[in-house]
Design a protein around this ligand. Structure first.
Ligand code: ZN
Length: 414
């Protein structure tokens, strides 16, 4: 009897460890066509939710907020409803809201998403919407009986901000741009306007008369804040006062478009723009103003002898990964991407880059594949894990920027 029981337990254990191996992040499958014709998005009601009694209040009247409803379950338990801008949509349930109460107390907040949407982002908590801490382990728990996630949080008459990731809205990004040194344009330049009239900001670094151009972009997808932090660190290595960066800036010009989807970011969207479309599927049909603005900006800049040598589009996903063009396709600087990623590996002890070719042949739906087909740009997608620690992201962005400058200076010698 005892032996039998032992085998039964061993079988269960091996099943569960298999399941863990299976869940290792493999990256996404090849991208297929979807219509990018404008579709309606649902606007959030904005204000203070007042059906929660006279003790605890919730609000969503700020840029980047997402809170679609609140229900009081008992004195100290509230359910928040989080829904996407439209569907079908990726499972990136972004939320951001404020909560406050008349007296100091601990409450439980139950997260309710539409059916089949899995909880993804551990809550970030802030007292001012600027400085954030991750909620402690154990305060965000899955309830066995209803499979919803519940966050325990202390509230008071002072506002507590709760969000899926730290808030980085169009205003925050504009402030970051104006804080940068060693860039060419001081005015707030843009490649164009969104349907809601927001600017899609652009700035340039380096030598405007250089024929050798580079493009850095990010935030196609609103919740991908960790990717934005990597973009910041990468760009700051290019604008630094180091001898390497100064040498690099004499020989190259870099365009930076850090916020491709300002309507989605400020609207607190899960994925799409205000036309209800995943912008990174529209670089074939160009139905959306954002993708047309990027296309037309580059058409205007990359002409005559100008070459778009290299491009990185920053994103976030479940785990760190680089999506590249099929290494058999030859771009402007063949072999550059694998060489660079090897240098990045050497520069971060214990880190092994996860690389997956994701573009093989037209049609082009994504920005990086469009750039490769149009300009033979050595383009790639730089994905940062949702839960990557901020200091690691910063280190990775810096090392990536420094190794990139060294290598491209070497390859342009001949
Ligand atoms: Zn993305």
């Amino acid at each position: 009897m005892k032996t039998k029981l032992f085998f039964a337990v061993a079988a269960v254990l091996s099943l569960s460890s298999n399941a863990q191996v299976k869940s290792t992040f493999k990256g996404q499958d090849p991208i297929t066509a979807v219509s990018t014709v404008t579709r309606p998005v649902e606007k959030q009601w904005k204000g203070v939710f007042d059906k929660t009694g006279d003790e605890v209040f919730f609000g969503n009247d700020f840029a980047g907020a997402r809170l679609n409803g609140v229900v009081k379950i008992d004195e100290n338990t509230f359910s928040v409803l989080i829904t996407p801008e439209n569907s079908p949509i990726n499972g990136s349930p972004w939320y951001a809201f404020k909560v406050w109460s008349k007296t100091d107390k601990e409450i439980q907040i139950r997260f309710d998403y539409p059916q089949n949407v899995k909880h993804r982002y551990n809550a970030k908590i802030s007292a001012d919407g600027k400085k954030w801490t991750a909620s402690e382990n154990g305060t965000f728990v899955k309830r066995e009986k209803d499979s919803n996630y519940v966050l325990k949080v202390k509230v008071s008459k002072d506002t507590t901000w709760i969000a899926a990731q730290e808030l980085k809205t169009s205003k925050d990004i504009a402030q970051w741009i104006s804080s940068l040194k060693n860039k060419n344009n001081t005015a707030e330049a843009s490649v164009g306007l969104t349907a809601e009239g927001r600017k899609i900001p652009v700035f340039s670094i380096g030598n405007p008369s250089s024929k050798n151009k580079i493009l850095i972009s990010g935030r196609n997808h609103p919740p991908e804040v960790t990717g934005h932090y990597a973009l910041e660190a990468f760009v700051e290595s290019l604008t630094a006062d180091t001898p390497l960066a100064k040498k690099f800036r004499k020989k190259f010009e870099v365009y930076v478009i850090p916020l491709l989807n300002p309507d989605g970011v400020d609207g607190g969207f899960w994925r799409h723009n205000s036309g209800g479309i995943d912008l990174n599927r529209d670089y074939n049909e160009f139905n959306q103003p954002e993708t047309r603005a990027v296309r037309d900006f580059l058409k205007n800049e990359i002409k005559g002898e100008n070459k778009l040598l290299f491009s990185i589009d920053f994103h976030s996903t479940h785990d760190d990964i680089y999506y590249t063009v099929d290494p058999n396709l030859k771009g402007n600087i063949p072999g550059f991407v694998p060489n660079w990623l090897n240098k990045v590996k050497d520069g971060i002890p214990g880190y092994t880059p996860h690389v997956k070719p994701l573009y093989f042949k037209p049609p082009t739906f994504t920005l990086f594949s469009y750039l490769f087909e149009t300009y033979k740009t050595e383009a790639l997608v730089f994905e940062i894990g949702d839960n990557a620690p901020k200091d690691f992201i910063k280190k990775k962005g810096e090392v990536s920027g420094e190794e990139f400058m060294k290598l491209i200076l070497e390859s342009s010698k001949n």
